[in-house]
Design a protein around this ligand. Sequence first.
Ligand code: FMN
Length: 280
Amino acid sequence: MKRRSVEPVYSMCVQPSFIIGTYNEDGTCNFAPITWVSATGVGSDKYMLVISMFGSKRTKQNVIRERKFSANLVNTSMLPLMDYFGTKHKAGDDEAEPEYGVGVGEALDVPTLDDSPWVYECEVAEAVQTGESTTFFCHIRNIQMDENLVCEDTFDVDLTVLDPVIYSGRYHSLGKMLGKIGDFRMKAYEDTSDRKAILSKFHRNVVIMYALLFIGVIVSFIGGLTVLSNPAALIVGLLLVFVSIFFGFASGAIFCPFCGGIISRQGFGEYCRHCGEKIY
Ligand SMILES: Cc1cc2nc3c(=O)[nH]c(=O)nc-3n(C[C@H](O)[C@H](O)[C@H](O)COP(=O)(O)O)c2cc1C
């Protein structure tokens, strides 16, 4: 990859798009797009939502005062709504407000958007000031997710179901779901000459190891039967058995060539029982 150095002013921070729902002082609802949204871990499966706001916008004042808000993920069909909320102050009052449904959180009294496929209900734990920005670290008190989404664990979320708008100065949509962690570890080797070379060396070593073992066992057996007249045969046979074991360790014949897991116990199973790679 050929790169060039540029001024450190450009941002390619890939941001998820959220519309933050808060109450104004008079009890009316306020919604504004905020994309400086991230997360930080606080325990094995627990995490906090981190959201950063610049200046003195109404949403920021509301969050400071109420210490709670909803973060409504924006999907591609909500783009007109996000654009409207993001520019409404500049456009003035004469612009027609688009139609949208408003609900209320299930764990917290925060306004939510009916159209959003994923809503966080958050409570502020801590705020950190950096220049004119305030970053809020927030407890997630409830998540409302699209009923079509099935998650096996905390991080098993198929984003293609949610169809989020990704922002980085411009609006983007997601591409394909490519897989899970680990799916690509050995994919690079698949059907490549590297992979073939690794496997053929491994197979050769396995054959040598078993050949030595086989001959060693036969010679030991014969040596055992003729131990009185020919004790050397038993010694040679046993020696060959030891050599085959030593060779197995030294050449890697008893380890998976991809993950290094010991495979002697699985015999000639087609796939490594540790990493699942096809080895025979
Ligand atoms: C796509 C988009 C992303 C934005 N992200 C942020 C953000 O992360 N932080 C922020 O302070 N303002 C952000 N803004 C600006 C606010 O949404 C904007 O100032 C809004 O008018 C504030 O409304 P309010 O005064 O009702 O809170 C964003 C605007 C748009 C259009």
